[in-house]
Design a binder for this molecule. Structure first.
Ligand SMILES: [Zn+2]
Length: 311
């Protein structure tokens, strides 16, 4: 319902040069500031109840939902296809020919950006002329996907090195909709999603808002490796791994949770802590996802109560 309204006329406004500030950027980075993409992200966050501050790339990755620019570029190229094959005597075709002339004179115009988009996704326009409409649609989609997934893999590699999504990308290996999205209970989906994408209150996340003074006396966010768990005295970073596998505050709940999981998979208990974490976070079994969600809800409640006690 909303998509056709949001994209109405995109064959034209999607090529406006003023909107494409830096042509060297990846298409995702060009379009991410546009209204259509903001709307898409807003909708996804609402759907996942993930909170406004959650990371956009993690949000679309959990849903395996491709950015809106896919539809914009597809519409532009299909419109181009229609124009170039329209009868030469028609007004539309004359306008199209005029655009080709402008482009040959190196003047910024609609056609110049059609070429730009097709080159970006490695699609040959002369070849596209020989395609039928439906085949062109498929080809554009295929090229857009390939182009985007290369970018996503690069972001994943960078994310594994450092930043907010380091843990996330350890268990998120592919851009596909996660199986837990099909679970009916929105409570389960919400708790799993928030934990996976770091939209939670653990210090690894909230610590970014704790400012400390550096040697020059300036206030800077607390370093990631100094976001130590305040719920125990293990001197470990309070991240998803610590919360799920080692913080003693939740030992009772965790022991029960791990016992339940061992009944479902007897090899679980033999895994190392690191492997237990990855196995649980990437698990696609509804029963195990449900058990994980129950642990998360209970443990976060214990943490919340402990926090109020400390206050
Ligand atoms: Zn702890």
């Amino acid at each position: 319902m909303i998509k056709p309204v949001a994209l109405y006329g995109c064959e034209i406004w999607g090529t406006l040069t003023a909107r494409i500030q830096d042509k060297n950027k990846h298409l995702y980075d060009i379009f991410k500031e546009w209204e259509a993409e903001s709307l898409n992200i807003k909708f996804c966050k609402y759907l996942l109840e993930a909170g406004k501050k959650s990371t956009n790339i993690a949000i679309i990755s959990e849903l395996g939902r491709y950015p809106m620019y896919f539809s914009i570029i597809q519409n532009i190229l299909l419109y181009w296809h229609r124009l170039q094959s329209s009868p030469e005597s028609s007004l539309l075709h004359k306008a199209y020919t005029e655009n080709i002339n402008l482009n040959q004179g190196n003047i910024n115009c609609w056609y110049k950006n059609v070429i730009y988009y097709s080159k970006k996704i490695n699609l040959s326009l002369p070849e596209c002329k020989t395609y039928k409409n439906t085949f062109l649609k498929k080809q554009v989609k295929k090229h857009l996907k390939k182009h985007f997934l290369q970018y996503w893999k690069m972001k994943r590699e960078e994310g594994l090195e450092s930043g907010k999504l380091t843990t996330y990308f350890m268990f998120k290996e592919n851009f596909i909709m996660e199986k837990y999205m099909y679970i009916k209970s929105h409570k389960i989906r919400k708790s799993i999603c928030r934990f996976r994408i770091s939209a939670h209150d653990l210090r690894i996340e909230k610590g970014r808002y704790e400012s400390v003074k550096n040697n020059a006396g300036q206030r800077i966010p607390l370093d990631r490796n100094k976001r130590i768990c305040l719920m125990c005295n293990q001197n470990n970073i309070e991240d998803e791994y610590h919360f799920l596998t080692e913080c003693p505050l939740y030992t009772e709940e965790r022991d029960k949770f791990f016992r339940d999981i061992s009944l479902l998979n007897k090899n679980f208990i033999l895994l190392s802590k690191g492997d237990k974490f990855l196995w649980l976070m990437s698990n696609e079994d509804n029963l195990i996802i449900t058990k994980l969600s129950e642990y998360l809800v209970k443990a976060f409640k214990i943490r919340h109560n402990a926090m109020s006690f400390h206050k």
